[in-house]
Design a protein around this ligand. Structure first.
Ligand SMILES: [Zn+2]
Length: 647
């Protein structure tokens, strides 16, 4: 369980990490905190960790009572903190996938990661079988044991070689997609710098951009499909080795889904089809009218307003000093959602400069630059609450955010934690679109929850499953709504409306991905080529209004190849959908009682890791996403809310 972070979305790695802190040593830990750039890197040696793990397991076997077991657990926290170098490497490698030093280090960790997961599982097995388990459950809570049980079913030593092979395939996928370029007006541009152009208010520009982006994916199609075929084969063999009928069944354990199963998820998807698909069609029709178009094509999909989407207009408070910014290192939570295309010609002038998107030269005060967006982020969290104020100062003062797009930097955004320092870190690619703000709300939500649990002595209580981790993140997107003036000025209202509309399509999209993956992994003969037909069919069911026009890449169903989660984190998609129902529940609640909803959110963040997802949702006072009543109430409220905004 502990080492799952190596295998799953780093988004949630923090919840799985443990810490060095033992009773009484916390103050010394605080003293150890340093700027990200100064955090020393030294390779973690597998043999040394293995020796320590064996020693700890020996001590655990000999422990005479629960207190003695706890003493061993505290030493394990120390061991986990000593593995911080692995997370530092992960981030620094993502900051530049072409950096040979960190690429080699990462290859080493990809190799030893599964072996460490196995050691961790063996340790957990001893706890599960401990004669002192009853007393330990009193201290740690029974939920921790339920998670460990699920972890045992989802991974063991039979998977080591397959997991190593899987890691190599994913490294190849990262290398390929991080270096994706688009031919645009005689220039080669990094693919993730095309979003702003693809959202241009000029329809012809966005149509051409959408096609150019698709050409770029088509150029990589063969390799993307080859990698996926190998992943399919690898994951089928994993399920077989663990004695499961399919990788779907295994994944419910791998993802530690407790308190609900495939039946509830399938019923949830049906509720989405029944209530949100029709709502989305109404919203699309309104967007069409707002844009003044006769018909919406795929290249219109990222644009919400005739004048273009709101973009950050925040201004740096001081002239640009790039040298002082974090030379940081990210996966896109959104990449999976938006196959989108929105923009203005600011992109052509400023984006892609060496100093990041929409950057200014030295001495100028840049509008919407990475630094300006970070300043707005600081102000937002400072105003939001005393807890978030303390968090953002810690994050930014220690350089724990790398947000600028650079050549060779991995696409997307994520949050991870450096356990030695109990420090969250945000990786992002600011592309000059509204996503600059969105990502600091979403990843900020993850990071804030981790920060809130920073002083938790029993680190097992910091473990989160991903649907709960995403609830922390997505709820923050909505608690941040009243502060959007800081980023978008007069167009903050447009951002709020757009984000709510997007939430509807996001939930639908994640359900589409979940059903797609279920059918893919249930079919023993499915191939990447076959996935295209399947995706095209399901896409029509979930998004009957999409018109791909002459975009062959998307029309023939290859849209799934753009979604990192499909490759990296199978079955993670539904977690966003389940989480967004809770997050929207908070948004609705905020309108009735801001204070009570925020108190509930803080409690939810603190209680996470002590009970399963359905129980946490109930304890927070949110409606269960699995109940029809919740969906009906939410769909009605969103429609009403969006009508008001329109008016
Ligand atoms: Zn997330």
């Amino acid at each position: 369980m502990l080492a799952k972070g190596f295998l799953l979305d780093l988004d949630t790695a923090m919840e799985n990490g443990l810490s060095t802190c033992t009773a009484g040593s916390w103050e010394r830990m605080e003293d150890m905190m340093m700027h990200f750039k100064e955090m020393p890197y030294e390779r973690v040696c597998y043999e040394e960790l293995e020796g320590r793990y064996h020693q700890l397991m020996e001590e655990l076997r000999e422990a005479g009572d629960a207190e003695a077991c706890m003493a061993v657990l505290r030493k394990r926290y120390e061991l986990m903190a000593d593995m911080t170098a692995m997370d530092l490497c992960y981030v620094r490698h993502d900051m530049d996938v072409n950096d040979a030093f960190y690429a080699a280090e990462q290859a080493y960790y990809d190799e030893i990661g599964p072996k460490l997961s196995d050691l961790s599982n063996q340790f957990d097995r001893l706890l599960l079988d401990s004669p002192h388990r009853k007393d330990l459950e009193e201290i740690l809570g029974s939920y921790v044991f339920a998670l460990m049980e699920a972890g045992q079913s989802g991974f063991d030593s039979r998977l080591i070689e397959l997991a190593q092979e899987e890691n190599k395939l994913l490294a190849r996928y990262n290398q390929l997609t991080s270096n994706g370029t688009v031919d645009w007006e005689g220039e080669k541009r990094k693919r993730n710098l095309m979003t702003l152009i693809a959202q241009s208010p000029d329809r012809d520009v966005r149509k051409r951009a959408s096609l150019a982006i698709s050409d770029s994916w088509e150029a990589q199609r063969q390799e993307l499909e080859e990698i996926f075929d190998k992943l399919l084969d690898n994951r089928r063999r994993q399920a077989k080795a663990m004695g499961f009928s399919s990788y779907v069944e295994m994944s419910y354990f791998r993802m530690s889904r407790i308190g609900y199963g495939p039946k509830e998820v399938a019923a949830f998807r049906e509720l989405v089809k029944k209530y949100l698909v029709p709502l989305s069609r109404k919203l699309e029709e309104r967007r069409r009218k707002r844009l003044g178009l006769e018909h919406l094509y795929i290249y219109d999909s990222g644009v919400h307003f005739p004048e273009g989407n709101p973009v950050p207009v925040c201004v740096e408070s001081a002239p640009v000093d790039r040298a002082g910014m974090a030379q940081g290192a990210a996966a896109d939570d959104r990449a999976g959602m938006a196959q989108g295309n929105a923009a203005d010609d600011r992109a052509d002038k400023a984006c892609g400069s060496a100093t990041g998107p929409c950057g200014a030269g030295d001495g100028e005060r840049a509008v919407g630059s990475a630094a300006a967006c970070l300043e707005a982020t600081r102000q937002m969290y400072t105003e939001m609450s005393p807890e978030t104020a303390e968090f953002i100062a810690f994050l930014l003062d220690n350089g724990l955010a790398d947000v600028e797009i650079r050549d060779g930097k991995r696409d997307g955004g994520y949050m991870t934690t450096f356990e030695r320092y109990r420090a969250p870190f945000i990786f992002a690619n600011f592309d000059g679109t509204f996503e600059n703000a969105y990502i600091m709300c979403h990843e900020g939500g993850h990071a804030f929850q981790g920060y809130l649990k920073r002083h938790e002595e029993i680190r097992e209580r910091c473990w989160n499953t991903s649907e709960m981790a995403e609830t922390h993140a997505m709820a923050m997107e909505f608690f941040a709504m009243p502060y959007m003036e800081l980023f978008f000025g007069e167009r903050a209202g447009d951002y709020r409306a757009m984000h709510l509309e997007d939430a509807v399509r996001l939930i639908i999209n994640q359900c589409l991905q979940d059903e797609f993956q279920q059918l893919v992994y249930e079919d023993p003969d499915m191939t990447a080529e076959g996935c295209n037909g399947l995706w095209a069919r399901l896409d029509k069911e979930y998004f009957p209004d999409k018109d791909y026009d002459c975009n062959v890449n998307l029309r023939e169903g290859r849209g799934w190849q753009r979604i990192p989660h499909i490759y990296h984190w199978p079955f993670y998609a539904i977690d966003y959908a389940l989480a967004d129902i809770g997050a929207l529940g908070y948004y609705r609640w905020m309108h009735e009682d801001r204070e009570a909803s925020w108190e509930s959110y803080l409690r939810l963040c603190r209680e996470s890791g002590t009970m399963d997802f359905p129980s946490l949702v109930e304890s927070a006072g949110l409606g269960s996403p699995f109940e029809e009543e919740t969906m009906i109430r939410l769909a009605e409220w969103m429609e009403r809310k969006l009508t008001e905004t329109e008016g």
